[in-house]
Write a protein that binds this ligand. Structure first.
Ligand SMILES: [Zn+2]
Length: 267
């Protein structure tokens, strides 16, 4: 287990004042939320739990001590984790901070992945339009759900969710690119029209997150050979590829064809 993982789970040396979490407003809200006559006992129990340094990293301490071998600009820190029941199964949710772009990423882990080899992993880049709105212009949400279900069905595994929207060009540019696609450009041409590469995603942060989780090698859920190559270049050992093929629909057929023809995806 990495030092940061241990630190995040044990509280670490965060410099946070012991017991500093239970301010008067917090105590008041506890009293209000437990109107059953036992709030003084409950408050003293809560005070015991909150004594000492917190079991997460306070915001002001993010990446302030990234370690000897890490450039502060490249720092990715495990900030907090929590039990995480979902509609797909029970996981642990981990939250990470990436100093370089000030981004917040998450991973959900099923089972024990520390020191795991050939560990089933999906590295999923945020797709607001697909993951949240259920867009049929892409297959992101289907892939994400299939990956979560697959990982939940295995002894262990992880899904890493990277906040790099629209292949890294950002949400608003992605909507502009969709507009250009409606005019007739394909996804690669639309990105290039806006002055962005077709693929602007970076996987250094994914490699760091996998390292922080203690995963030694991954069986990657993807159709994208470029992702395998980029993760490998970042030092991730990819033992094999687990295909994650989704049926197309009339709205994403052309996009899927472009992914296959121009971006080398394997369907
Ligand atoms: Zn998408």
């Amino acid at each position: 287990m990495s030092k940061l993982l241990r630190d995040a789970q044990s509280g670490g040396d965060t410099g946070h004042p012991p017991g500093g979490l239970l301010d008067s407003a917090g105590a008041e809200s506890v009293r209000r939320s437990k109107p059953n006559g036992h709030h003084f006992d409950q408050r003293s129990e809560l005070q015991k739990k909150l004594a000492g340094p917190p079991s997460f990293v306070p915001e002001e301490a993010y990446c302030t001590d990234p370690g000897d071998d890490v450039d502060p600009a490249d720092c990715v820190q495990l900030v907090a984790s929590v039990d995480f029941p979902t509609r797909y199964g029970t996981f642990t949710l981990y939250g990470f901070y990436e100093a370089g772009i000030g981004a917040e990423h998450t991973a959900i882990v099923h089972g024990v992945v520390d020191q795991a080899v050939d560990c089933p992993v999906r590295v999923h880049s945020e797709c607001h339009t697909g993951d949240v709105w259920g867009s049929l212009r892409c297959d992101c949400r289907d892939q994400l759900e299939a990956a979560i279900k697959f990982v939940a069905s295995q002894d262990r595994g992880a899904v890493v969710y990277l906040r790099q929207e629209g292949r890294g060009i950002g949400l608003l540019n992605k909507i502009k690119a969709y507009h250009l696609q409606d005019l007739g450009l394909d996804t690669v041409e639309a990105n290039e029209y806006l002055g962005y590469p077709a693929e602007a995603r970076s996987y250094g942060v994914a490699a760091r997150i996998l390292d922080l989780l203690g995963i030694r090698s991954v069986a990657l859920l993807t159709n994208n050979p470029d992702k395998i190559e980029k993760l490998t270049n970042e030092g991730v050992e990819v033992t094999r590829r687990i295909p994650i093929q989704m049926p197309t629909n009339p709205h994403n057929e052309f996009y899927m064809e472009t992914k296959r023809e121009k971006m080398g995806h394997l369907f």
